[in-house]
Design a protein around this ligand. Structure first.
Ligand SMILES: Cc1cc2nc3c(=O)[nH]c(=O)nc-3n(C[C@H](O)[C@H](O)[C@H](O)COP(=O)(O)OP(=O)(O)OC[C@H]3O[C@@H](n4cnc5c(N)ncnc54)[C@H](O)[C@@H]3O)c2cc1C
Length: 312
């Protein structure tokens, strides 16, 4: 799954303007279009509808208005306004108040202070309404600055905020101890980005071994951790660790992506675990979609069949 050649290939393809145009035209056009497996739709209304369906299956949700790497202050402000509208719509809809966002979507590449300011605006609106806000983790050039911003805001009392750590990065085990000391909520993932050997494990078995170590540390010492994976082995290990260490199922949650391993999502829910589904939506879905393809090249055939069918 973490085959680095396929990840690299999909990261390169993700930059192709032509493909992006083609995919954007066909990807979500119809209810059966290929990108709908992973993306709930382009509008907040579609995302809320998807969230209600997930909640009806007994699961928790987090909504993510897709977008990243914005290159102007105007685009960062627009994304911030987009999130403020999402917050209002969620409150009105009555679904669970939980969102995920990316700092480069709020302008981190343009101006750090502006990104922090934008995040603060979102938190000022989300906090009083009882939202939990998760800062997604992007590729390794952003790890330190993301944790730094997170810690600063946490120190200013924004404790309805959580962060993500990627087991593929060598540094993450130390970061885990650093964030655990704050008592903050961590989402543990393997890592979706192509990284160099200088900063990340190259072999899947090493990424998995680090994931297992971090998961145990989190379940034992963390604050309501999120075990975010579709890997049945990691899930079995988490269940076993929790059971043998007397950690009740309401002290942590599993998280999975919309459209991935729905069988596992249901199985865990039926077994009495908390399962949160990350529901991405919005017009800027192409890079997210390409990361999902890079994780599982078999998905490509599914997409090609979808394009041929939709064009025909
Ligand atoms: C809720 C959530 C939030 C995330 N947030 C972040 C984040 O902030 N930053 C970040 O870098 N990464 C994030 N990720 C992605 C994560 O880093 C991995 O890239 C992704 O979850 C695949 O790894 P895996 O743990 O499922 O294990 P893998 O070993 O990659 O996969 C295990 C099994 O899961 C299934 N599977 C995995 N991916 C797919 C797919 N795309 N399509 C179909 N089946 C699949 C397959 O059955 C596979 O055998 C997030 C993942 C989740 C679940």
């Amino acid at each position: 799954m973490l085959d680095s050649a396929s990840k690299l290939l999909f990261h390169l393809i993700a930059r192709s303007g032509t493909l992006k145009k083609l995919a954007s035209r066909y990807g979500l056009r119809r209810p059966s279009s290929f990108a709908r497996r992973f993306i709930a739709g382009e509008t907040i209304e579609e995302a809320i509808e998807a969230a209600k369906a997930v909640e009806a299956r007994g699961m928790l949700i987090s909504l993510d208005l897709l977008g990243e790497s914005v290159s102007s202050l105007a685009a960062a402000s627009a994304a911030t306004r987009g999130y403020l509208d999402v917050i209002d719509a969620i409150v009105e809809s009555g679904i669970e108040r939980n969102i995920s966002l990316k700092l480069t979507q709020l302008g981190l590449d343009v101006d750090r202070a502006c990104a922090v300011d934008n995040l603060r605006k979102i938190l000022e609106s989300a906090g009083p309404a009882g939202f939990f806000v998760r800062i997604d983790m992007e590729n390794s050039p952003y790890t330190e600055v993301t944790l730094d911003i997170f810690e600063t805001l946490w120190g200013h009392g924004y404790t309805q905020l959580g962060v993500v750590l990627q087991s593929m990065l060598y540094r993450s085990e130390q970061d885990l101890a650093r964030i655990n000391r704050l008592g903050a909520r961590i989402r543990l993932v393997k890592g979706a980005y192509k990284e160099s050997r200088a900063v990340a494990h190259a072999k899947k078995s090493d990424v998995d071994a680090a994931y297992a170590r971090m998961m145990k540390a989190l379940l034992t010492d963390g604050t309501y951790p999120a075990i975010a994976t579709h890997d049945p082995e990691m899930i079995a290990l988490a269940r076993e660790w929790a059971r043998t260490h007397g950690i009740a199922p309401d002290r942590f949650e599993f998280q999975m992506l919309y459209g991935v391993r729905r069988d596992l999502q249901s199985m865990l829910t039926r077994a009495g675990y908390r399962v949160r589904i990350y529901i991405p939506f919005g017009r800027e879905w192409f890079p997210y979609f390409m990361r999902r393809l890079g994780e599982r090249p078999a998905n490509v055939m599914f997409v090609i069949r979808g394009i041929l069918r939709d064009r025909g």
